[in-house]
Design a protein around this ligand. Structure first.
Ligand code: ZN
Length: 1181
């Protein structure tokens, strides 16, 4: 092997497993109370480690600036300072350094896995490090990010705790479970203030002397309950949307200028040189009705764009389609109509996506639009003062059907399905080679293989745009967000190798002296290889002698291909002690399972089920790649109004229980024997899991607590000197007299009103503070909730949100019905790739900087994103803003560094790099946008705004921004003529659709259709979603399944989410990542019903079941297989709900047909698009 193992060589994968000798995992665990406040009095307390762990031995530090905070990723960093800003540095870097032009990156291009591939970077397949990795399933997360505890005491609505609340009915999905004050008995103070040591055989503590009366109401028969967002009143009251087919709306705006017969724009015509592929759909002759293809820029003239990759606006002119009303009920399965005249295409131009970079010369001059037209524009809202958005929430005002004349043919409106299909056609099943700067990746819905050649895989980082405007002014005008969505531990398909690991030995990674960016392919070596110029701050740093290598004739290091950090977009470094707490290498993490054993948990079967499954689940704990056994320690706690710890020392014949009843000052009753090695203590653990359900079987205890439970887990983690995770299985509102006690303040009426933020913010800051303490200790918390009534997710959810954890919610849980989902979720949770005690830092090149972050984490300063854990399902969305001008030549760079502890206790850094083009033309930006990522960004921003804004302002803001983004395009990139036409940029043609979907989503639209907890849960979930999760959440996937080819295993093509696409002879499956429905038409063939449900007609189907019969025939097999495939593709296990046409549940189902008018008057896609058109015209006027 050409690379040396030495200080700078690669580390063969095998090594890691074995945390180098130093690892110190042999240290006596529990060696006494751990250094609690790792970070001393604050995040910055710790002195920054020397730069890069190894001061550059040669040469003086680069000029000027002293290194700003030489943090080892995060800790001890100067809060704000971004090293880059400092200008001064430009000079030096320039000498001899060729501008980072594209060709700079080309080289990585060796086919296949170049250079280093020969070395076994990691054994293919399993994502490194996490051997246990499972495909994917489960969760994404909760959480309003670090939301300041906005609720001041007294700030929230004091709610009369005891509302006459209708007891929950077993029937309908979800009842307005409001106040429902559990009337548990008096507080109990029975147990002595100290722990009693007793053996397991006896009943835990005198069960419930204090709470004699029976359990609260028995759990209702599990109503069909969706994952987090049950329909609630669906089924009861007559849902508005229930009736009739949604009227295809009429244009609310003024009639568009008509241009009958206008030929499809020339825009698309000239198939760009170099562009292979077939003619874009837009080239098809256009269709008479509905939309008209329009002329994009320049009317007939090919416009400047056509040159190197025209902007391809997709335009559609509305036209009063003479043909009359839109066929509302197109029975067609909604299939995209391939050959059809899709005006809004543009899509087709394959090559086009990534031209930007290659031909800088192409910039078309024209289009000088700076500032001019848009002074007024700045304030988007301006155009339409009193103007109400049709439907948008204000029922009253809702669409004035003044001009019902022109109907839009829904088939002519930009379709998600079509966009997905086109992208698959053009980019599917191909390699996506990341050697080009500013290259737009395929959509998240397209299958492709990433070949990392210098830029990160889009699976780890996606951007809203790949050509960033040079000036802030362009962003101000367009209002298109610049942002990236980072999923550092995203799971990879089997044909992609996990990021290799570089080990630079005791010196640690090579970093820029000033901004501390890590060595990566963007750094330019100069001076014969003795120094390198930083791509982020331009500072020139000496190359450490042991890292030196000469340059070839291209100024590339001769060993470039042998080193991941010089040739790859994503790779890892082994971190040195400088990157560890107290400069000590970490121990393997711990998982602590903490189980609520009050009456409710026992009664629902949760405890039994969990204990039954935990044994086999523990066998699946993640282990480092190449290691057989997981090194994760495990511990167990049960609790009600006191805490029960278990000594699982392998020397014991039976587990020992230690009870702590003084919950006001929790302490850990044992160190040794609490967190154990699974293989050593297996027998004791099994015994414990058998006994727990029996021990508490007769409990009458109904009051529970939560704060002390988390405190106890945190203490255990801290004392053992490890990072780790608490798994809390919890049933009800913590009302016992203990820290963190909260009251029932539910008041669903507030949702959707100005006051909703009080209800959606924590009622006390106890959990927020506790969450912060957990983060500091590297202790993550996952909440598995099994509530029968309000548990105040907004308050207790803080604990998982802040710690990078996850919140699961199984309302009205019944083991028989929901057990499968719960166990699947838990399995996925335990096995997914994960890192602990992590700090994420985003560095950008000069001129831009990260300004805001959305996700599950905590930030004590403005730059370090602290994550007690980060797993494959979590994404962090980062807002980027200008702080200076950019240049087209230099481009822009982003480097995300994630410092973390692996499952075996190895400290590592994962480095994710991405390069961007910069542009001076709006058209370039619009041509290189990524719609799904923009939606992820805007949705999270809107959800975060819930805490400090109000619903109307949020809606208006999103609507105006959408109009503005499109108007700016229209103003700058399209022909000024054809006022009446709606012209949409190709990459953003789905913007109106998606914005409408966000506005009507349960996460944002505060309707009283869902419970307060579900709303909080959804907000929490959305905020940590990755791009593929937001895409399907906002636009659910609808599949026809009664005509599947039994010989295929493919997922059928989706159809548009509209009731118009359903036929009563069909059966449809709908999924949004959280839940799944099977809608059964009343006239579906009896054969199909017989095959799948084993009954003769749809009327006989038991729709209360949520399981498909296990029957052995091709049709049934195919359907079940499909359901399984869809579930595997999502982080959460989606419960299947059967909906028979015209049954009451149908209203709930139709709620997810997002192209239709919604309940609470949310507009249909057609209406919203028309409204947008009007808004745009106002802005342009
Ligand atoms: Zn730098």
């Amino acid at each position: 092997m050409s690379y040396n193992q030495g200080p700078a060589g690669y580390n063969q994968q095998q090594n890691y497993g074995v945390p180098s000798s130093q690892a110190g995992r042999n240290r006596s665990q529990y060696g006494g109370p751990a250094p609690n406040n790792y970070y001393g009095g604050g995040v910055n307390a710790q002195p920054p480690p020397p730069s890069s762990g190894g001061p550059p031995p040669m040469g003086p530090p680069p000029q000027g600036k002293q290194p700003i905070g030489a943090f080892g990723e995060g800790r001890g960093n100067p809060p704000q300072q971004q090293g880059y800003g400092a200008p001064a540095m430009n000079g030096p870097s320039s000498h001899g350094t060729p501008p980072p032009t594209s060709n700079q990156h080309q080289p990585y291009g060796q086919p296949g896995q170049n250079g280093y591939s020969s070395m076994p970077p990691t054994t293919q397949g399993a994502p490194m490090g996490y051997s246990g990795g499972q495909p994917n399933r489960v969760p994404a997360q909760p959480g309003p990010p670090n939301q300041p505890p906005s609720s001041q005491p007294g700030f929230y609505q004091p709610q009369p705790p005891q509302q006459p609340q209708p007891p929950q009915q077993p029937q309908p999905p979800q009842q307005p479970q409001s106040p429902q004050q559990p009337q548990y008995g008096a507080t109990q103070g029975q147990l002595s203030n100290q722990m009693n040591n007793m053996s397991l055989s006896g009943p835990p503590q005198g069960p419930a002397q204090g709470s004699p009366q029976g359990p609260p109401s028995g759990p209702p028969a599990g109503p069909p309950q969706g994952m987090g967002a049950p329909p609630t009143n669906m089924g009861r009251s007559q849902p508005p949307m229930m009736s009739g087919p949604p009227p295809t709306s009429s244009m609310s705006g003024p009639p568009p200028a008509s241009r009958p017969g206008q030929p499809p724009t020339s825009m698309y015509a000239p198939p760009q040189p170099g562009q292979t592929n077939m003619a874009p759909p837009s080239m098809y002759p256009q269709q008479g009705g509905g939309y008209n293809a329009t002329q994009p820029a320049g009317g007939g003239a090919p416009a400047p764009y056509s040159i190197g990759g025209a902007p391809q606006p997709s335009s559609m002119g509305y036209q009063p389609s003479g043909s009359g009303p839109t066929p509302p009920m197109s029975p067609a399965s909604g299939m995209p109509r391939p050959g059809g005249p899709q005006q809004y295409s543009g899509m087709g131009q394959p090559g086009m996506g990534q031209p930007g970079m290659g031909q800088p010369g192409v910039r078309q001059p024209g289009m000088a639009q700076p500032g001019m037209g848009q002074p007024g524009m700045a304030n988007p809202g301006m155009g339409q003062p009193g103007m109400s958005h049709p439907g948008m929430g204000q029922p009253g005002i809702q669409q004035q059907p003044q001009q019902p004349q022109k109907k839009l043919d829904p088939d002519q409106m930009p379709s998600v399905i079509q966009v997905i299909q086109d992208d698959r056609k053009n980019k599917g099943n191909q390699q996506f080679i990341t050697n080009i700067r500013g290259q737009c990746p395929p959509l998240v819905t397209t299958d492709f293989q990433v070949i990392d050649q210098g830029n990160s895989s889009p699976r780890f980082m996606r951007s809203t745009m790949y050509s960033i405007p040079c000036t802030q002014d362009m962003i101000k005008q367009s209002q298109v967000p610049i942002g990236v969505v980072v999923s550092p531990f995203a799971e990879l398909p089997e044909n992609e190798a996990p990021p290799p690991i570089a080990d630079h030995g005791p010196n640690g990674p090579v970093r820029c002296n000033r901004c501390k960016a890590y060595m990566c392919p963007f750094m330019q070596f100069v001076d014969g290889g003795r120094r390198f110029s930083c791509a982020f701050c331009t500072c020139v740093t000496d190359v450490p002698p042991e890292y030196f290598q000469p340059l070839d004739h291209m100024s590339r290091r001769v060993d470039a291909y042998e080193r991941p950090e010089l040739s790859l977009g994503t790779f890892e470094y082994i971190a040195t002690a400088d990157y560890c707490k107290n400069n000590k290498l970490p121990k393997p993490p711990a998982f602590i399972f903490m189980i609520d054993v009050t009456y409710q948990s026992i009664k629902t079967g949760m405890v039994h089920l969990l204990c039954k499954e935990l044994g086999s689940l523990l066998e699946k704990l993640p282990s480092e790649h190449g290691m057989k056994e997981s090194m994760i320690r495990v511990g167990f706690v049960t609790y009600d109004s006191s805490l029960h710890f278990y000594n699982l020392n392998s020397a014991l014949a039976q587990p020992q229980m230690l009870v702590v009843s003084d919950v006001h000052d929790v302490f850990l009753p044992l160190l040794d024997g609490f967190l154990v090695n699974l293989s050593e203590s297996r027998a004791v653990i099994e015994s414990l899991l058998e006994q727990i359900p029996q021990m508490f079987a007769e409990t009458r205890e109904t009051e529970t607590m939560l704060g002390p439970v988390v405190q106890a887990g945190l203490e255990a983690i801290k004392s053992s000197d490890r990072a780790g995770k608490l798994f809390l299985f919890h049933a009800s509102l913590p009302i016992a007299d203990a820290p963190g006690k909260i009251k029932n303040r539910d008041d669903r009426k507030l949702l959707g009103t100005e006051k909703e933020k009080t209800l959606l913010s924590p009622q006390i800051n106890f959990y927020t503070k506790l969450g912060q303490e957990c983060v500091t200790a590297g202790c993550s918390v996952d909440l598995f909730l099994f509530p029968n009534s309000y548990v105040d997710v907004a308050t207790i959810g803080q604990i998982s949100t802040l710690t990078g954890g996850q919140c699961y919610k199984y309302s009205y849980f019944q083991a028989a019905n929901d057990g499968e989902r719960f166990i699947h979720d838990l399995n996925h949770n335990v096995q997914r790739p994960i890192g602990f005690d992590s700090v994420l830092r985003v560095r950008t090149s000069t001129g831009i900087r990260p300004t805001d972050f959305f996700g599950n984490f905590y930030m004590a300063n403005t730059t370090d994103v602290e994550l007690a854990s980060i797993d494959s399902d979590k994404a962090i969305t980062v807002e980027i803003k200008h702080d200076d001008k950019l240049t087209e030549d230099a481009g822009a760079f982003i480097q995300v560094a994630v410092l973390y502890t692996s499952v075996s206790g190895q400290r590592r850094l994962r480095i994710i790099n991405q390069s961007f083009n910069c542009c001076t033309q709006m058209a370039d930006m619009y041509r290189n946008c990524e719609m799904d990522t923009i939606i992820n960004f805007l949705a999270k921003q809107a959800v975060k705004a819930v805490f400090n804004s109000n619903p109307k302002a949020i809606r208006d803001n999103l609507t105006n921004r959408c109009a503005n983004m499109l108007a700016c395009y229209r103003r700058n990139c399209a022909s000024p003529s054809s006022q009446g036409q709606l012209i949409l940029p190709e990459c953003m043609k789905l913007l109106p659709l998606y914005i409408n979907c966000i506005l009507k989503s349960d996460a944002l639209a505060g309707s009283t259709d869902i419970t307060t907890d579900d709303r909080s849960w959804l907000m929490d979930t959305v905020i940590s979603m990755g791009v593929s999760s937001t895409a399907v959440y906002f636009y659910p996937r609808l599949l026809q399944v009664n005509d599947l080819d039994p010989n295929s295993t493919d997922v059928p093509l989706a159809i548009r989410s509209s009731v118009d696409r359903l036929r009563d002879t069909g059966v449809y499956l709908l999924e949004n990542g959280n839940m799944m429905f099977l809608w059964i038409g009343l006239h579906v063939s009896n054969d199909w019903v017989q095959d799948v449900f084993g009954v003769h007609s749809p009327a006989q189907i038991d729709i209360d079941s949520s399981k498909l019969l296990n029957v052995d025939n091709p049709t049934s097999l195919r359907v079940r297989k499909l359901v399984e495939t869809l579930r595997k593709g999502r982080p959460r296990y989606m419960k299947l709900t059967f909906v028979r046409q015209r049954d009451t549940l149908e209203a709930w189902f139709r709620h997810f047909l997002v192209e239709d008018k919604g309940s609470n008057a949310s507009p249909s896609y057609v209406d919203f698009l028309c409204h947008m058109h009007k808004e745009i015209r106002n802005l342009l006027a």
